[in-house]
Design a protein around this ligand. Structure first.
Ligand SMILES: [Ca+2]
Ligand SMILES: [Ca+2]
Length: 160
């Protein structure tokens, strides 16, 4: 599988429009920032994503889930876990994507036996390398994270 690094200058825009998608990487139809060095708790990870105008990653489709997992495997950065926007902090047992407020309906992504709210302390959801499953974990655990940029919008130029 090959991956495309989004060009710095987008086609079809005037030369002076130096539009960049850094630090995001295009995978499938989405734009992501994958932290491969620092480890943060869920809240700090979310804050870091917000600083670059993004949110922790949300998996809307099984295709997105598979693409991201495949990317981590291909790049050999799948030996750790990554925070996602999934959480049941609002209402224990109801896991939602915090970026959208929508319920997590992709039941097949959970690792077998998860979410288990182990010790009553697990309310944030991580992409887990063990069998590439989803797992609820203590929000204060420090791990890596993936930010996802909002879908790009068409740029409009107004000429006076
Ligand atoms: Ca997404
Ligand atoms: Ca768990």
């Amino acid at each position: 599988m090959t991956y495309e690094i989004t060009p710095i200058i987008k086609d079809g825009l005037p030369g002076f429009a130096n539009i960049t998608t850094e630090p995001f990487l295009k995978i499938g139809e989405g734009y992501y920032y994958i932290e491969t060095n620092l480890r943060k708790n869920w809240f700090e990870a979310y804050e870091t994503c917000r600083l670059i105008g993004a949110e922790l990653i949300t998996f809307e489709t099984i295709e997105e889930w598979k693409l991201i997992n495949q990317y981590l495997v291909d790049m050999k950065i799948n030996d750790v876990t990554y925070w996602t926007s999934g959480t049941d902090l609002g209402n224990t047992g109801d896991h939602v994507w915090f970026s959208t407020g929508l319920k997590i309906t992709l039941d097949e992504i959970w690792y077998p036996g998860e979410p288990n709210n182990n010790g009553g302390l697990e309310h944030c959801d991580e992409l887990c390398y063990i069998g590439y499953g989803f797992n609820d974990r203590n929000c204060l655990y420090n791990t890596r994270y993936i930010c996802e940029a909002p879908q790009p919008k068409t740029a409009a130029f107004i000429v006076w």
